[in-house]
Design a protein around this ligand. Structure first.
Ligand SMILES: Nc1nc2c(ncn2[C@@H]2O[C@H](COP(=O)(O)OP(=O)(O)OP(=O)(O)O)[C@@H](O)[C@H]2O)c(=O)[nH]1
Ligand SMILES: [Mg+2]
Length: 253
C-alpha cells in the first residue's frame, strides 16, 4: 500500500487535489482511496472512504473544552494521535493500493507540531510520500514563492519522505506567468534576479537570506504544474509517483 499526503498552506487546494487526483487515479484503474485527516473541514469536495471527522469534530472539541475556533482546531488536530490505530484499521479494512490523504487546512497545525511526523510514521505501514502544494496564484509574487520554498524545505526535513512539489491552480495563471515561475524553479539565478527586480527593502533582504538557507537545505525543486479544474499535469504527477514508488508500474497490478 502507498500513501500520499497532500500538504500546503491554507486554501492552497489540498482538498480539491485530493478529490480530482483520486478521481483521475480511479480512471487509470488504480484501487485508490481518499482519506480526510482535517477535523475542521466543514465540507469536502469528495466522499472520504475514511474520515477523521467520524472520530473528532472541531465543534465538539470546542464545546467540550470551552475553546474558541483556533484553540479547538489545535486541540482537535493533536487528538488525531489518539485515534491513529483505529484510522489505520479502517484504512486496512479497505486494502487499497494507493491512498490520497487530505491534511488539515492550517498546515502549521499538522506539519510543524509533532502530530504530522507521528501520523506519517504510524498511520499504517504503507510506503509514504508527500505532495507539497505551491498555490500558484499566490506564488506569482517572488516573496511568496520563496517563502513557500522555505516551507517546502522545512517539511522535507521534518518528514523525511519522498516529496513532490506541485504548483496548484495553474489554470488561474497566464502562460507567461507560469513560464516565469517554471524558470525560477529551473534556475536559481533567474529567481534571484526576480527577487532583485521585484522586491525592495526588508522583503528583498529576507528573500535573499531565505534563498541562502534553502540552498543549504539542498531540497530538490522540480515542480509539476497541476490544476484540479482541468486535470493539467495529472499524468506527469502520476508518472513521477510511479517512477519513485513502483519503478514505473501501476499501483494496482
Ligand atoms: N481555479 C482553480 N481553483 C482551485 C483549484 N484548486 C482549488 N481551487 C479553489 O481554491 C479554494 C481552496 O481550495 P481547497 O481545495 O479547499 O484548498 P485547501 O488547501 O483544502 O483549503 P483548506 O483546507 O481550507 O486550507 C477553493 O475555492 C477551490 O475551489 C484549481 O485547480 N483551480
Ligand atoms: Mg481542505
Amino acid at each position: 500500500m502507498h500513501m500520499i499526503f497532500m500538504v500546503g498552506t491554507a486554501g492552497s487546494g489540498k482538498s480539491s487535489l485530493t478529490a480530482a487526483f483520486s478521481r483521475f487515479l480511479e480512471m487509470q484503474r488504480e484501487d485508490v482511496m481518499a482519506i480526510n485527516l482535517d477535523p475542521g473541514a466543514p465540507s469536502l469536495p469528495y466522499s472520504a472512504n475514511v474520515d477523521i471527522r467520524d472520530y473528532i469534530k472541531v465543534e465538539d472539541v470546542m464545546e467540550e473544552y470551552g475553546l474558541g475556533p483556533n484553540g479547538g482546531l489545535v486541540a482537535a488536530t493533536d487528538m488525531i494521535k489518539d485515534v491513529i490505530d483505529q484510522v489505520s484499521q479502517d484504512i486496512e479494512d479497505f486494502t487499497p493500493d494507493i491512498c490520497i490523504v487530505d491534511t488539515p487546512g492550517q498546515m502549521e497545525l499538522f506539519a510543524f507540531r509533532n502530530i504530522g511526523a507521528e501520523v506519517a510514521e504510524k498511520l499504517t505501514d504503507a510506503d509514504k510520500g508527500l505532495v507539497y502544494l505551491f498555490d500558484a496564484g499566490f506564488c506569482r509574487d517572488p516573496l511568496n514563492y520563496v517563502m513557500n520554498m522555505f516551507l517546502a524545505s522545512a517539511i522535507n526535513i521534518r518528514f523525511q519522505l519522498p516529496q513532490f512539489q506541485v504548483f496548484s491552480k495553474v489554470d488561474l495563471l497566464k502562460e507567461t506567468e507560469l513560464e516565469g515561475m517554471m524558470s525560477w524553479a529551473d534556475d536559481s539565478e533567474v529567481l534571484r534576479e526576480a527577487v532583485d527586480a521585484k522586491l525592495s527593502g526588508m522583503n528583498k533582504e529576507m528573500s535573499e537570506d531565505m534563498l541562502e538557507i534553502i540552498e543549504r537545505m539542498g531540497v530538490e525543486f522540480s515542480p509539476i504544474a497541476v490544476s484540479s479544474k482541468t486535470q493539467d499535469g495529472f499524468h506527469v504527477l502520476y508518472s513521477e509517483l510511479q517512477r519513485v514508488f513502483t519503478g514505473g508500474e501501476k499501483f494496482t497490478p
